[in-house]
Each structure stands twice: as C-alpha cells, then as structure tokens.
Design a protein around this ligand. Structure first.
Ligand SMILES: Nc1nc2c(ncn2[C@@H]2O[C@H](COP(=O)(O)OP(=O)(O)OP(=O)(O)O)[C@@H](O)[C@H]2O)c(=O)[nH]1
Ligand SMILES: [Mg+2]
Length: 1118
C-alpha cells in the first residue's frame, strides 16, 4: 500500500462509523512496538524491510537504547477492505510496570484494544493488569498471540505440541476475562437488588443468591477464540499473522467445503477424514491431527523448516511458486535466512492485513460507545448519574450520537500533556518545498530575470548566449537546491525560542467539531455542572465574558494536530470520534482535563492508575545558583508525566516521586536534557517507612518466655521512659499504657491509649482510602447542612466497609468500636483510627450517612462537643509523623478514654463553627460569625477577656498540641516497630540460572513466596517479596548475574512490619551473652530508623568510635 496522503486521512476523519480508536496493550517485551511497526509499514510511512527493527513509535533515544517503550504515542493509519476505507487511530503503550500510568492515559481515549501475548511466556502479571484496565474502561479487546516463531525455533515444538500450547494460553487469557466478568455480574446484581429494595434495608436473615445473575448473563462474546474472529496468531518480527478466517476462505475454495463449516471447525477438536471427505469431531480421542494443525500450522512449520532450518533451495523455490509471491534475488541470496523468510511471509500472510482486518471487523467504532461507558465517564466520585442536572443528563445522547454537527456541543477529554520541542512543531519545522512551490519560485525567478534582461537590453546589448547560460544556471540551481536552502519557515523565530518546551494535549473528541482558535471551557475535576448552570447565564458560551465559577476556566485552542508518531500534522479542525493533539492548554491543564463548549458537561471520572508512585529522591542543582531553573524544570516535568509527582518537603528539599527505578531514571534524564537543562544531582532514593505499635511480645530476643516478673519490669521501664523529659505535673503514664495529659493552662485533660490494630483491619483501611475520603466528604457536607446525592454503589461500599470492620474488630477490647470511630488519620483517610471511648460523650456517628433517613432525630440529638475538631486535628498531626523517625503511622488505634474541659473558665458559645478551625487558628477568628449576633455583645467582651487572660494562647491550639503529644506518648508506651514498604516481583528464569536468582534474593532480604514451572517450557516462575529499601539495583543485578536471562519487574504490594525492635537492649543474661553489650550487631530496624533520622536532620543516638583499640594496635605494629 502506498503512502496515505494527509487529505485522505482528513476525509476519513469525518466518517465515525469507519474510525477505530485502538491501543496496543501487553506485558513488557511481548512485541507491541514491533507489531505497531508492521502496521505503520503497511501505510508506507516506514519501509517494510525496517518494520520490526526500527521501532518507529519508540521515538526517544533512551527507548531505543533500553529497548522498552516509555510513553504512549499515537499514529493515524489508513486501511482499505473491500469498498470500505477505515481510519485507525493507533496508540502504542508501554508494558513496563513503571509506566503503567501511560497505559491508563491510552486506554481512556480508545474504544478497543489489541492485547498482545508472547506465545512462549503466556499470561504475565502485566497482561492481567492491562486486561483489567481495559475492562474497567469498558473497552473491547482482541488478542494477538505473537512470537509464534519462538515456538518453532527456540522451543522446537512440533506443530501438534504448539497447538496444545496455544490452547493452554487461550485458556489462561480467558480465565482472566472470566473472573473479571464474574465480579462485574455480581456487582450489578447487588446494585439491582439494592435498587429494587429501595430504602428498605435488608434484614440479617435474608440471603441473596449472588450467583443467580451469572446464569442469565451472556458472556460468550467476551472470550477470545479464533473461531470468534478475535484472535490472530503472528510473528511480528517475521512479518506474518494469520486468522482462521483467512484460511477458511482459502480452503473452502480449494476443498469445496462451506466457509461457515470451516470457520466453526478450524479451531477445535476436529479432524479431516480423508476417506469420507468429512470433518469429524474428536481428533484428540482418536489420535488424529486437528484441522488447525493440518491446514494451518503445518504450512508455517514447513516453511520455517525449509527456509530457516534446512535452507533447502529447491523446496523454497517450489513454495514460493505455489504461494504466488515474488521474492527479489537479493533476498534469495541473503546470508540471513530470516530475511528471505520475512520477504515470503510478509507477502503471503501480511500481519498488518490480519490484524487490521480483525480490528475493523471486531472492534467498535466511536458510534458504538455504550450507555454504560458514558454514564461511567460522566458520574464522578460519589455522585450518581441520575442525580446530575437534567441538562447534563441530556448530554448522554450527545455522546452516543458522536455527532460532528455544527450545533453539537464539543466535548473533549485530555488524558495527558506531552512536551515537544517547539522546533518539532509543524509550523516551525523546516520542510522541503512542494512541486507547486518550486514551480512558483521558478516563475518568479524567470520573471525577474526577463525584467533584468529587458533593462540590460535597453542599456547595452550583451551577448545572447551568456544570458541564456545564466538563466539556465539559475534554474538548475533552483531545482538542485540543497535541502537546507529549500526551506520555508512560516512562524516568527523569536516566539519559538522563548519557551524551551511546548505542551501538546493528548486528547479525543467525544462530540462536536474542535476548531482552531475556538474558545472552550476547561472543567476541573471538582467542577460541578449544577453549580455552573445556576451561576452562568443561559446559553452563554466560552467566548462570552463569563462570571467566575469555581473550577471552570476558558481558553482558546491555539492549534490542532493530527498525531503521526514522531510527527505532528497541523489541521484546521477535528471532528468527533478522533484522537488529536491540542496546543494552547499548557497554562490551564496540568495533567488531564475535560474540555467542553457546554457548561452542563461534567468533568470525566479521573483516570484509574494501577501503580502508585513510591520511589522518592531529593534533587538539587549542581550549582546552587541554578535553583530557579530546576524549579521551573520540575514544574514542566510534573506536567509532562502522568504519574511523577513533584513536591517540596517541609525541610525545603525538592522531591521527585516516581513509580520505580526505570521511571526515575527517565525523569532525571528528562529533567537534565529537556526541562531544566542543567546539571543536577539526585539523592539516593528516599525509602518510605511507616511507624506502628505491636502487641507486647511473649518471648524475648533469645526466644525464651518472658516471666511475669519481667513483664512488670518492662512496663515500669516504659513508664519511666515515657515520663522522661515531660513535667510530671501535666503528664501521667499509667502501668497499662494510658497517657493522661493536661494542657498548660490546665483547662483540658485528655487520656489516650495506643492499641495496635489487627493486620487485616490496617490492610482494609489502606485499600479503602478512596472510600474513606468520600465518606469524609459526605460527612463534611452533612455537617454544613448540604445534602449530597450519593450513589447506591458508594453507600453500599460504605455499608460493606463498616460490616467488614465490625467483623474484624471482635472481642471485648473492641466492643462497639466501629460505631465509636471518631476519625481516620492521617489526612483523614489513613490507616489509623481515633476511637471515642469518653464516657458519656455521644458525638455524631461517622457512619451517619448510612442511617440518615431512619434516625435523623437521634442524629440531631448528638451534637459534637466544643473543640471536638481540635482533638481530631491533634490526632491527624500525631499520625502524620510518628516519634520514631517522623514517618507516618500505620495500623494504630488511639482510644480516648477521658476528655475533660473545665467549661466554667471556657468561653461558652463555641459551637460547630469551631469545627472548621484547623491547626492553630485563633479563637477570635473562628468565633467571628457570632460577633454579628447582636444579642451577645456582653458575652463577647467577657470571652475576649478570658482569652487575653490566658497567657498560653487559644484553647483550641493548646488542645491540638496536647492531643498530639498525648498520642505520641501513648505510642511510645507500647512496643514500637518500623514497617517497610515491600515489592512483589515475579521472575521468570530457566533452571540453570535459578540458583543465582535465589542468591540475589537472599542477599537482599527477599522472601520467595512460591515457585512453579511454566508448563510446556523449561522456565520457572518465582514469586517473591522484597523490601523496597533493598531493591535498588536489584533488577540490574539479577540481569547481570543471569546474563540477561531473567529480568524481574517490581510492583509495590504492601507494608510489612520489621520484626526487630529498634529500641531493644539486652535485659537478660542470655541476651547479653548472645548479642553483646551494645546489641549493635545487626539491628536492621535501628539502621533504617537512624538512616531516616539522619536524613531528616534529627538527633541520632549513636557512638561513632568507642574504644579505638584496633587503630591503636595497628599503629603499634607499624
Ligand atoms: N522472536 C520474536 N521476537 C520478537 C517478535 N516480536 C518482537 N520481538 C522481539 O521482542 C523484543 C521486544 O519487542 P518490542 O516490540 O519492543 O516489545 P514491546 O511490547 O513494545 O515492549 P515494551 O514497549 O517495552 O513493553 C524485541 O527484541 C523484538 O525484536 C516476534 O514475533 N518474534
Ligand atoms: Mg514497546
């Protein structure tokens, strides 16, 4: 196929029925970019000889060097089938876990996905992750099983064995899809039941049959199966790909069998009975060759055998003739048989043909977007779709129509911003002249020349031939012009040099036509269409001067681009259903956004990211004077990367948080070479820790039971330690670990106890942090008297969370605990709990949204006490940074058992307005609204006096400080432990390097969870956990030690308590003998803790050299 012209693509963009927006997803190295190369080559953008070697879409230098993709990039392709022309907007995505956020940005813009699988490795962790991502975004997948050549040449399987192997792979993929489907059906069923019941809450003894929905739901279309037409077998590197459809047509002609019959039987347990000339079932049982092997695989195997293995010239010539393909003589002579192979294959079974045909026939066009997906995109957070304003709900139809009508509102979603060098923009690019331009110039030159000649002739008649020569010379020079001189520069150069980077939005139009220069609203993630519609005048548009609405801004679209891999092509407009690049949003959009011409449009649901950034480094410029450049560079980096986070810590350090080592390296390179353009130095990765308390151990360090006596002794010790440094007047620690603290002005007293939370509760809280945040949001709005319409799903999730907590927190210690939860922390959604065990204090329940309707009367009766919020703030501060090394706490429950306020001395009228007081807000400010209350001027005055009399400052502030201190003391009264972040990794290795993999894991304190053999191969899959602190350089080390045969991918999984006690000192004789006096032999926890303290500039208690005996001996010997 020839080079597709831009005009062709522009005309195709107007027909959404023939557009396919698709992305390529897979585990790392399964061949996405290679496959993309083949598809790109089919459009003549790159030569088909280079397809697979060039990796055209890996445009970054480091992508080429490392051989992995690091960003998603798009390209528009044309495909013709029969009388239909299709436009494919193809997005290649990275497979490495560190860049999984790039996958999310790609998936959001697509309607379908090509899932690529390595035929040898099969389903890998990232394959499961991408299938899930596709599922969550409601996009339809098709499957390409790639690298079939490895089965032939590497594993040396026979065609029959390969068939069994492929069947197994298919089962594995379908198992993943199946489990996703089941969980969805269950969820929907639950929702339906809930809706049917309405407000009626189910009674305990009702039992629902959750699986009922499974039988009704039809899932046959979901699964991958060659006979469904959604699977292609391929070898992207050799350029071939085949679908059953292709072979069914060939053989139906050749053998006179109905195509339909062949389509059903080519894949499966069928065989050809040559005698009866019939297709029969039961190939396996009868030991016959399945049809697929006989008619499809054997052909391929024979070809490889002839061309690659045996290099049988005669046979090759025969095959070439029978296939009717043309092979150039130089391919025949080439020393590498693979060249000949791909020359034959790419004509016989071109992979682009097989894949694109499948994509066009099996994946939906933008017109086929489902209602379900639209509703999901439109309902953000806890809101339900049917509670959105009516005009917003009407927009659903606009989505479904995907109309490019002039009147249709424009709706665009920007999934990421990517940086390009302004010089690479089409308007700034140097480009060769077109034929017309050359002709035009020639005309101009000619005219000028004749004019000059005429002028010369009038003055002095020169020799004719000289003039002619000069004319010819000029024309020649023009046509032979050097590329550098044959350029046109359209934009002013000054403007381009101003900025070092320009940001282009990676986006898709869901409705309407986006035009260059158009004014458009930018809807922030918190924009509320209901609010916008009431505040904005009816029928107003983004080009009007609009009043200020929160989270809404206007901007104009500077430029529109067609994304063509490494290039951008300028366009005037982009109709609905297409992927595009937009310039001009960089000052308005940070990473993602929704754009619309209608203020009724809601912001889209935020992107779902699989991996959270975990590796942090502090960054500083080599030369301190270049700090401003660094700051600017980091800001740009933050915008250009969907997942990297940039922040300034309290210590003033500039910190970069990335998803993993590879991602970190890429960010640093970008910062150095593109965004800051200065030398930078990065600290060692800052490893995050958590602090927690555990139950008192029952055995000592040498595994002996603690006697009762010793326990008492330990408690006494704790008590002494606890009270150390605090005036005993205000602080009291009792033997059970209850800490009582009085504020300096003696007005308030709190008693707090720290209790370790069960592990599963901590996990649950950690996993539900989003939900807890929503819960907090709901409670805030309830407090403010606003009524928020909460979706059934959220309510149900909250109910479920509560039930789970109740289930997990059993026993006398936790009686009524769930109902008396006061807050979660830190940041109000963390994995720590504040419990209200104050006798007689009935505060509004945290779960009030669940029982709102029924018990509103009771809820009103429970008003929060004055200064309730100060207690919460103190708790938040205490959980944000613990006493061990100022890292956040995790899995700690603080139970408040006493809280007295001497209210006689306290200003009376503090009510819920105090609630909003954060940290150290002065009392005057929080009480300000009441000053307008005319009835209480005298009381006010009284209060002012009371405050000024209090030399310690406002009560709320003191209470926060006291609460924080009490929590810290209570924490220290328990056995404290550090928690380390842990990665899980899956390593695939052959048996001969297995030992080395174990060696590296052992050295780095990794723990192997399980090991199994991959069926049909000699590979082992090892699953292990590894502390983040020990993970740096791990992948490199494994790769080196196994000569590149095994390469692990690390995914953050959970937090693990480090069992050793950082404060431990020997207390018994045995321990003393075992660990030595200072017990400094190998206290890993202490090492970590001190490292963190040192980094943060906190006091570290350690002795550097105590007895320098060794040095002395050495010097003596000299
Ligand atoms: N034997 C064989 N090797 C292949 C095939 N397709 C790709 N490869 C090789 O597999 C390696 C990875 O290919 P890529 O296309 O970069 O893989 P990818 O999925 O894009 O990788 P990431 O983008 O990093 O996730 C390259 O060395 C390719 O040459 C194939 O069909 N057969
Ligand atoms: Mg790639």
């Amino acid at each position: 196929m020839g080079h597709t012209s831009l005009d062709k693509i522009t005309s195709l963009q107007k027909n959404p029925a023939n557009i396919r927006n698709i992305c390529i997803l897979a585990h790392v190295d399964h061949g996405k970019t290679t496959l993309a190369d083949c598809l790109v080559a089919s459009n003549g953008i790159i030569s088909s000889r280079l397809a697979g070697k060039l990796r055209y879409l890996d445009s970054r230098e480091d992508e080429q060097i490392r051989g992995i993709t690091m960003k998603s990039s798009a390209i528009s392709l044309h495909y013709n089938e029969g009388d239909q022309d299709y436009l494919l907007n193809l997005i290649d995505s990275p497979g490495h876990v560190d860049f999984s956020s790039e996958v999310s940005t790609a998936v959001r813009l697509c309607d379908g996905a090509i899932v690529v699988l390595d035929a040898v490795e099969g389903v890998c962790p990232q394959t499961q992750a991408v299938l899930r991502q596709a599922w969550l975004e409601n996009i339809r997948p098709v499957l390409v099983i790639n690298k079939i050549d490895r089965l032939i040449l590497e594993l040396k399987l026979t065609s029959q064995e390969a068939y069994c192997h492929l069947q197994k792979i298919m089962e594995q993929v379908n198992a993943v899809t199946g489990s996703l489907f089941t969980s969805r059906v269950m969820e929907e069923q639950a929702e339906k039941i809930k809706e049917e019941k309405g407000s009626e809450t189910p009674t305990e003894d009702q039992v629902y049959d959750w699986s009922a929905g499974l039988e009704e739901a039809d899932d046959s279309h979901l699964y991958f199966s060659p006979d469904q037409g959604n699977v292609v077998f391929a070898s992207a590197i050799d350029g071939w790909g085949l679908s059953i459809q292709h072979f069914a047509h060939i053989y139906s002609k050749r053998m006179g069998i109905n195509v339909e019959v062949l389509l059903k039987t080519l894949w499966g347990d069928f065989y050809l009975n040559a005698k009866a000339k019939k297709i029969m079932k039961g190939a396996q049982a009868k030991g016959k060759k399945p049809l697929f092997v006989q008619l499809v695989l054997d052909n391929i195997w024979n070809l490889y055998d002839a061309v690659v293995t045996r290099r049988d010239k005669e046979k090759i010539e025969k095959v070439v003739a029978s296939l009717g393909v043309k092979v150039m003589a130089r391919d025949f002579r080439h020393s590498d048989p693979k060249v000949l192979l791909s020359a034959i294959c790419s004509q016989w079974l071109p992979v682009s043909q097989a894949v694109l045909s499948m994509v066009c026939n099996k994946l939906p066009s933008p017109l086929e977007i489902t209602e379900e997906r639209v509703e999901k995109l439109m309902s953000v957070g806890v809101r339900r779709f049917d509670t959105l304003p009516e005009r917003t709900q009407e927009l659903k139809n606009v989505f479904l129509q995907c109309s490019s009508n002039e009147n249709a509102p424009v709706i665009v979603f920007v999934s990421k911003m990517f940086a390009v060098d302004p010089k690479a923009l089409p308007q700034n690019r140097q480009r060769p002249l077109t034929q017309e331009e050359i002709a035009q110039r020639r005309d101009v030159a000619r005219r000028r020349h004749t004019e000059r000649m005429a002028a010369e002739q009038t003055t002095a008649a020169g020799p004719q031939d000289r003039q002619e020569k000069s004319l010819n010379g000029q024309l020649e020079a023009l046509s032979k012009d050097e590329p550098e001189t044959r350029v046109l520069k359209e934009s002013t150069p000054g403007e381009a040099e101003e900025k070092s980077q320009t940001f282009i939005a990676f986006a898709r139009v869901y409705s309407g036509v986006v035009k260059k220069g158009q004014r458009i609203f930018i809807l922030g993630p918190k924009y509320d269409p209901a609010q916008g519609l009431t505040m904005l005048p009816d029928g107003c548009s983004a080009s009007d001067c609009v009043p200020e609405v929160p989270h809404l801004s206007c901007c104009s679209i500077e430029n529109i681009y067609l994304l063509m891999g490494r290039e951008l092509e300028e366009q005037e407009e982009m109709p609905s259903g297409n992927v595009l690049g937009i310039k001009g949003l960089e000052d308005f959009v940070l990473k993602s956004a929704t754009l619309s011409t209608s203020p009724a449009c809601p912001p889209f649901t935020p992107l779902h990211f699989e991996a959270s950034p975990i590796v942090r480094v502090a960054i500083e410029p080599k030369h301190p004077s270049e700090m401003p450049k660094l700051v600017r560079g980091m800001r740009l980096l933050n915008q250009a990367d969907p997942c990297a986070e940039v922040l300034i810590q309290e210590t003033g350090e500039h910190v970069l948080v990335t998803a993993g080592e590879v991602h970190l390296q890429r960010c640093l390179d970008d910062l150095k070479d593109r965004f800051a353009k200065i030398e930078i130095s990065a600290s060692k990765p800052i490893i995050p820790f958590r602090e927690t308390v555990v139950r008192p151990p029952k055995v000592d360090m040498v595994n002996e039971d603690f006697g009762k006596q010793q326990k008492v002794a330990i408690i006494h010790q704790v008590k002494e330690e606890g009270s150390h440094g605090c005036s005993s007047e205000t602080l009291h620690v009792d033997a059970s670990g209850l800490v009582t603290l009085t504020t300096p002005n003696k007005l308030a007293t709190v008693s707090v106890r720290a209790i370790p939370l069960p592990k599963e509760v901590t996990c649950l809280l950690e996993d539900s942090s989003e939900l807890i945040r929503s819960l907090e949001q709901i409670n805030m709005s309830l407090k403010e008297g606003r009524n928020l319409d909460i979706s059934v799903r959220t309510l149900e999730a909250i109910t479920d969370l509560k039930a789970q907590l109740e289930n997990m927190l059993q026993g006398w210690k936790w009686r009524n605990a769930v109902d008396s939860i006061w807050a979660f922390g830190p940041r109000r959604c963390g994995p720590n709990i504040l419990l209200n065990n104050v006798e007689g204090y009935q505060r509004p329940s945290l779960w009030q949204c669940l029982c709102r309707e029924e018990k509103s009367g009771e809820a009103e009766a429970r008003l929060p006490r004055d200064l309730d919020n100060s207690i919460v703030s103190g708790f938040q501060l205490a959980t944000l940074s613990g006493p061990m090394c100022e890292e956040p706490l995790m899995g700690v429950c603080f139970s408040i058992e006493r809280w007295d306020i001497q209210s006689s001395n306290l200003p009376h009228q503090q009510n819920s307005s105090e609630e909003n007081a954060t940290s150290l807000k002065p009392l005057e400010a929080s009480a300000a609204p009441e000053n307008t209350n005319a009835s209480a001027p005298s009381q006010d005055k009284h209060r002012q006096e009371a405050i000024s009399a209090d030399c310690y400052g406002p009560v709320s502030g003191q209470l926060i400080a006291a609460m924080k201190e009490a929590c810290r003391q209570a924490f220290q009264a328990q056995p404290q432990r550090l928690m380390a972040a842990t990665y899980t990794c899956e390593i695939m290795a052959t048996a001969d390097v297995l030992g080395r993999v174990y060696g590296v894991l052992g050295k780095r304190e990794g723990r192997v969870l399980h090991e199994e053999m991959k069926e049909g191969t000699d590979m082992f899959i090892i699953k292990a956990v590894l502390p983040v602190a020990e993970s740096f350089g791990f992948a490199d080390e494994i790769r080196k030690r196994t000569s590149g045969l095994a390469s692990p991918q690390l995914v953050f999984s959970h937090w693990e308590v480090i069992s050793s006690d950082p404060y431990w000192v020997p207390t018994t004789e045995e321990e003393y003998l075992h660990f030595g006096e200072k017990a400094d032999s190998s206290n890993q926890a202490l090492k970590y803790m001190n490292a963190v303290r040192r980094r943060k500039g906190l006091f570290v208690e350690e002795k550097i050299v105590e007895h320098a005996e060794k040095q002395r001996t050495l010097s003596k010997n000299k």
